[in-house]
Write a protein of this length. Structure first.
Length: 570
């Protein structure tokens, strides 16, 4: 029996047989489709209340029949015929649509993704029924769409054509004409050619709303580009929109969605990244229209954390954060989550795969929560042991990539991994720092703890999952706030770190700001920082500038903190 692809759940067997008989109907090779074939498709589509797609080769043979829209029933890349860059795929799609309107962006981008010869869309409007087993013939018009090279809009959609007009067009001549246009384009290649690469090709989308200043918006976009780079992706282009508030269903407006879809396929992007958190329903709506995977800022950060986690503690905290993020996004993940079918115990109301997966994730979350609680208790015991040794501690905090790990290495000769990337290290590292008093020559000790870098609006799942790690901050005697003064947005970074710290239950009473990378900053910004923060210390961890001053200020910091256990003399 011929296979019917797509979502056939609930379709009666009699209609399945009608769909299977479509494989037997060969169309004239010179015609896009015949009126009779179009009417048959429309009638079946109306009766099953679903769109239907038929894919034909250039000989007019039906090679694939599917229930669903063109974006839902795409031919897998491995099943598409091999073709040169200047040629189309040799396959056309005849599809029905229940709405009386032209093809939407998802349909057109599916055409582009498969490099179809053409797309014929037949809007039924629920009007093509059957009477006494015969099609009523109420469908009279269809849209014809095809790809074009080197144009801002990568496809052309005809006005409504009668089925007779459609039949009269010589398809062979049309395809020859279109392929000549591609072969004569400037580079001889299609703008839809998928770039072969191990990394994700990203189209970044930024939405500027009334509650965000232009500078903060631009800083956020630049930061997101670095986040994508840290995650291993490549940003091909950034698309921006200005709205008073996000669209409740799709974040951006309909016109912008069409622009995103067009640019994504022109550039060969396989991932859309938004510069803000988006809801599960918004992500689903966008993916249905663009037909490319859509993720938000939080998901990028979670991906980076998953790559960076090295210790068992770090890995379990990352997994917990990912599962807590994933759980509300399970609904509507596609037909693979539909009801189980066949076999004893699966009929009737049954149980959905979605519900099964949800319970599995909930059980795993509960298990991970228990392990994080055990981790908290373990870290608490370690801190108590350090306190019993009467060695005070200072926690290094700061925006990600401010240079905390580099500073820890410079001060204590630790070998913590460092790199010029966001969230290079996740796991807290504690090292002893011995400081010699220049006046008394007394050697004094304290503990420095490197912590996970902060970021603007640190995602709540990470705040919760990494509470065991962040407690290193709350239990320290004092804080050393490291700031990359060479970064154009250093003032915003300070505010972001303070915002994250403000969400913690308790904090040490004393803190010292250390402006790092002074050897990379211009004199104007350096003077501004010195004016705004006269009590700060200015250093370069890589250049080892100002480190002796910092050591002495750390001694003062602990003394001012009024620790119950003074610095241990050696």
């Amino acid at each position: 029996m011929e296979t019917i692809y797509g979502n056939i759940q609930g379709v009666k067997s009699s209609y399945i047989k009608q769909l299977q008989r479509l494989y037997e109907q060969r169309q004239p090779s010179h015609s896009l489709t015949t009126p009779e074939f179009a009417q048959t498709l429309a009638a079946i589509s109306t009766e099953i209340h679903h769109p239907v797609c038929c894919y034909l080769n250039r000989r007019g043979q039906v090679i694939r029949v599917a229930v669903g829209t063109p974006s839902q029933t795409q031919i897998p890349p491995q099943d598409l015929p091999r073709h040169s860059a200047e040629r189309l795929s040799g396959i056309r799609c005849i599809a029905t649509q229940l709405k009386l309107e032209p093809p939407d962006p998802a349909t057109l981008t599916a055409m582009a993704r498969q490099r179809l010869d053409a797309l014929v869309l037949i809007p039924t409007g629920n009007g093509a029924g059957r009477r006494d087993g015969e099609a009523t013939g109420l469908v009279k018009e269809a849209y014809l769409a095809h790809l074009v090279p080197e144009q801002e809009t990568p496809w052309i959609v005809s006005p409504p054509l009668s089925l007779d007009e459609l039949n009269e067009q010589d398809f062979d001549d049309l395809v020859d004409e279109w392929e000549i246009e591609f072969s004569e384009s400037s580079d001889g290649k299609s703008q839809f050619q998928v770039i072969e690469s191990d990394s994700d090709k990203v189209l970044l989308v930024g939405l500027m709303t009334e509650d965000v200043s232009p500078q903060r918006f631009q800083d956020g976009l630049e930061e997101l580009i670095r986040l994508v780079d840290s995650a291993g992706g490549e940003v091909l282009e950034t698309i921006q929109q200005k709205r008073s508030r996000p669209h409740p269903q799709t974040v951006v407006g309909q016109g912008k969605i069409e622009e995103i879809a067009q640019r994504a396929y022109q550039l060969g992007a396989n991932l859309i990244v938004f510069d803000r958190d988006i809801s599960p329903s918004q992500a689903r709506n966008l993916e249905e229209q663009i037909n490319i995977r859509v993720v938000d800022r939080t998901e990028i950060i979670l991906d980076i954390f998953a790559q960076r986690a090295q210790s068992q503690a770090g890995k379990l905290q990352v997994e917990l954060a990912q599962l807590e993020y994933m759980l509300p996004r399970l609904r509507g993940r596609g037909r693979e989550m539909s009801r189980l079918g066949g076999g004893i115990g699966t009929r009737g109301p049954g149980e959905t795969k979605l519900e099964t997966e949800r319970r599995t994730i909930q059980r795993r979350i509960a298990q991970l929560q228990q392990e994080v609680n055990q981790l908290q208790a373990h870290r608490s015991r370690l801190r108590q042991q350090r306190q019993q040794q009467e060695i005070p501690s200072i926690a290094l905090v700061g925006y990600t990539n401010a240079g905390k790990s580099t500073l820890l290495n410079a001060l204590t000769h630790a070998e913590v991994y460092t790199a010029n990337q966001l969230f290079a290290t996740l796991d807290p590292t504690t090292r002893k720092l011995v400081i010699t008093d220049p006046n008394t020559q007394d050697r004094r000790s304290l503990l420095l703890t490197d912590t996970v870098g902060f970021i603007h609006e640190l995602p709540p799942p990470l705040m919760d999952a990494f509470r065991a790690t962040l407690e290193e901050v709350t239990e320290a005697n004092a804080l050393l706030h490291v700031v990359d003064v060479s970064h154009p947005a250093w003032e915003s970074h300070i505010r972001s770190v303070m915002d994250v710290l403000a969400e913690m239950p308790t904090l040490p009473g004393k803190a010292l700001i250390a402006f790092n990378k002074v050897d990379k900053v211009d004199s104007e910004n350096l003077a501004l920082a010195q004016q705004e923060f006269p009590e700060a210390v200015f250093i370069s961890a890589t250049g080892r500038l100002g480190l002796e001053t910092l050591r002495q200020r750390l001694v003062q910091l602990i003394d001012e903190a009024g620790s119950q256990t003074p610095l241990m003399k050696m």
